[in-house]
Write a protein that binds this ligand. Structure first.
Ligand code: HAM
Length: 437
């Protein structure tokens, strides 16, 4: 009986996994250039961590967490995002004691029980970065530059960065009041969810997906946070944009963009990709001053972002085929004695760094060659009676459809083999060739 995978939980298969590894390795390079270090954090956390950071009234905490009680009754959850975990670790390990500024990146799965659709899963993977310990605008600009560099190095085409300021403890309450007044004035036109949002989390009125609420916002634009910013928030936001403009980067102002997590203040941003459909956010992030203190640490700020790997993979798959994965060499041993020699040679060459496959010795040369072709091998090392007797190997260049000159002995190493291949490339065709068709 087949046991299927769980809805919203996907396998990443060979081919596709190569694309993921490529993204992670490109990201690792850029993170290192920006002096970020990797953290690997647990997938299970106390549920309270996200209640207190992401926010009690957010969709994530209200309806999407995979929360459960441990056997001793401790409420736990699969992590729905990475920022709270990074801040928890920063506080728990008193990273600020030695050096308040921590620049940390992470890769890994997150879990949200959303309705699955294209680009929206219940287990998805993020590439994220957090710069903790700085509250100046240059830190926001650095994180945004890092984000732009990642998108460029991933070769993501047609993505756009949207930016907004969500204000801070000083100016947001006034804005909140203005938004509530707008909502009350149009109560009869708001959906039932927005009635509730109006009381609990009015910022969420701005991104309600109900058509009627969208139509109302288009007809009677709600107040904008940007028009309610206090002077320090206004200066901070202007400086972020000025620093980006100095690199000729101009994220698009999106005055009604609010994020689905409550910890943000001041700069908030999202990367959207045209052509991704409804789930068009490739990534998002922003500043979260107050979060470190709220989770028991010092009163310092932070800023970061996370990109969704599945969504990046969809965008990249649209214009780049998954990289084929093939062994460079296949060893084709003919018979039991050759199989022993093949095993020894394979072991030695693999330890020397070659990617290599060995065929079973009982098959005919024809079937071994056919299979090596199917695997996409560049070279086949043929070990037959003749080779065993002479102590030399025959290397077939699959692309050129000819054998390379006999130079490498069975006891030879990878360097010798590569030298043989290089020499063959220089040698006149047919010089010293021996056919094994
Ligand atoms: P987020 O906007 O909730 O932010 O998620 C970031 C990205 O994760 C999204 O833009 C999307 O690409 C991907 N994502 C989210 N949910 C799903 C899903 N159900 N299926 C597939 N992909 C998904 C955060 O998580 C913040 N922690 C980002 C951050 C870091 N802010 C500051 N630092």
């Amino acid at each position: 009986m087949k046991v299927p995978s769980v809805k919203g939980f996907h396998d990443v298969l060979p081919g596709e996994s190569g694309r993921w590894a490529g993204l992670e390795s490109a990201a690792r390079t850029v993170f290192t250039q920006y002096n970020f270090d990797e953290v690997r954090l647990p997938i299970v956390e106390r549920a309270e961590l996200f209640r207190r950071s992401v926010g009690e009234t957010t969709d994530i905490v209200e309806k999407e967490m995979y929360a459960f009680d441990d056997r001793d009754g401790t409420p736990l959850t699969l992590r729905p995002e990475g920022t709270a975990s990074v801040v928890r670790a920063y506080v728990e390990h008193a990273m600020h004691a030695a050096e308040p500024v921590a620049k940390l990146f992470y890769f890994g799965p997150m879990f949200r029980r959303e309705r699955p659709q294209k680009g929206r899963l219940r287990q998805f993977s993020q590439i994220g970065a957090e710069l903790i310990g700085r509250d100046d605008a240059a830190a926001d600009a650095e994180v945004l530059l890092l984000l732009y560099d990642l998108l460029a190095d991933f070769a993501v085409d047609g993505a756009e960065v949207l930016i907004n300021s969500l204000g801070d403890r000083t100016c947001r309450p006034g804005y909140r009041d203005a938004l509530v007044a707008w909502g009350r004035a149009h109560l009869s036109e708001l959906c039932p969810d927005c009635h509730r949002r109006l009381e609990q989390n009015p910022l969420r009125l701005l991104d309600c997906k109900q058509p009627a609420c969208g139509a109302l916002r288009a007809r009677v634009p709600p107040p904008r946070m940007l028009d309610h910013l206090c002077e320090p928030c206004r200066d901070h936001f202007a400086r972020v944009q000025e620093l980006l403009a100095a690199r000729n980067l101009h994220p698009r102002l999106a005055p009604y963009m609010v994020r689905g997590l409550d910890y943000y203040c001041r700069t908030a941003f999202e990367v959207v990709a045209h052509g991704l459909g409804a789930q068009n956010a490739l990534g998002g992030g922003g500043r979260y001053d107050g979060l470190v203190k709220h989770l028991g640490g010092p009163d310092i700020g932070g800023v970061g972002f996370a990109l969704g790997v599945e969504r990046l993979a969809i965008v990249l798959a649209a214009n780049q085929a998954a990289a084929p994965s093939a062994p460079e060499f296949v060893i084709a041993p003919l018979g039991a004695a050759a199989e022993v020699a093949g095993t020894v040679l394979a072991h030695r060459l693999r330890r020397a760094g070659l990617r290599l496959e060995v065929e079973p010795g009982e098959r005919s040369l024809k079937s071994q060659m056919r299979h090596a072709g199917k695997l996409g091998a560049r070279y086949v090392i043929i070990l037959g009676e003749h080779e065993l007797a002479s102590g030399r190997i025959t290397v077939r260049d699959m692309a050129a459809r000819q054998d390379l000159p006999h130079v490498a002995g069975r006891g030879g190493g990878a360097a010798e083999l590569r030298a043989a291949i290089a020499a063959a490339a220089l040698a006149p065709p047919a010089a010293g060739l021996e056919r094994h068709a």
